[in-house]
Design a protein around this ligand. Structure first.
Ligand SMILES: [Fe+2]
Length: 152
């Protein structure tokens, strides 16, 4: 299938689980919202203007959200913290790589490479949703809900 024929399914908030930890849940909702802004633009073939704000958002997300989540896991001695953090660190590297590419392509005004970067971003956004948010974060959310209930 040619790249221009590809459309991506939007991230479905209904598939998410929530932790009842206000800040973490708000960060997750925002990820879905921002991810969908990009995917909608990509599906309409008009994503070039949203590449940069999306990468900036993802960079912030990997800082703020991961820090909040990792602090919670450490504080409550979450048993699967190690693997969870490995996934976070991998995503930090992926987003940093996209940012580096963006800066290079922008400097050279390389539109073809920017199109390819847009494709990379769709994969980054949807794979993270499918394999981290819906799986790894879901397991953590169950733990957090249990811990919060214990405290109350
Ligand atoms: Fe996570």
């Amino acid at each position: 299938m040619a790249q221009q024929d590809m459309t991506f399914e939007l991230l479905d908030i209904q598939r998410c689980t929530f932790s009842k930890h206000e800040e973490l849940d708000a960060q997750q909702e925002r990820y879905v919202e921002k991810g969908n802004v990009f995917l909608r633009a990509f599906n309409k073939r008009s994503f070039l203007s949203v590449v940069e704000p999306t990468i900036i958002y993802l960079t912030d997300y990997t800082k703020e959200h991961f820090v909040t989540q990792e602090a919670f896991m450490a504080l409550h001695q979450y048993p699967a913290i190690e693997n969870h953090v490995v996934e976070h660190n991998r995503q930090v590297r992926e987003v940093a790589r996209s940012l580096k590419s963006l800066l290079q392509y922008k400097a050279k005004e390389n539109h073809f490479a920017m199109e390819a970067l847009g494709m990379t971003l769709t994969m980054l956004i949807t794979d993270w949703f499918e394999f981290h948010i819906l799986e790894t974060d879901t397991r953590l959310n169950e733990f957090i809900r249990f811990e919060i209930r214990k405290v109350k």
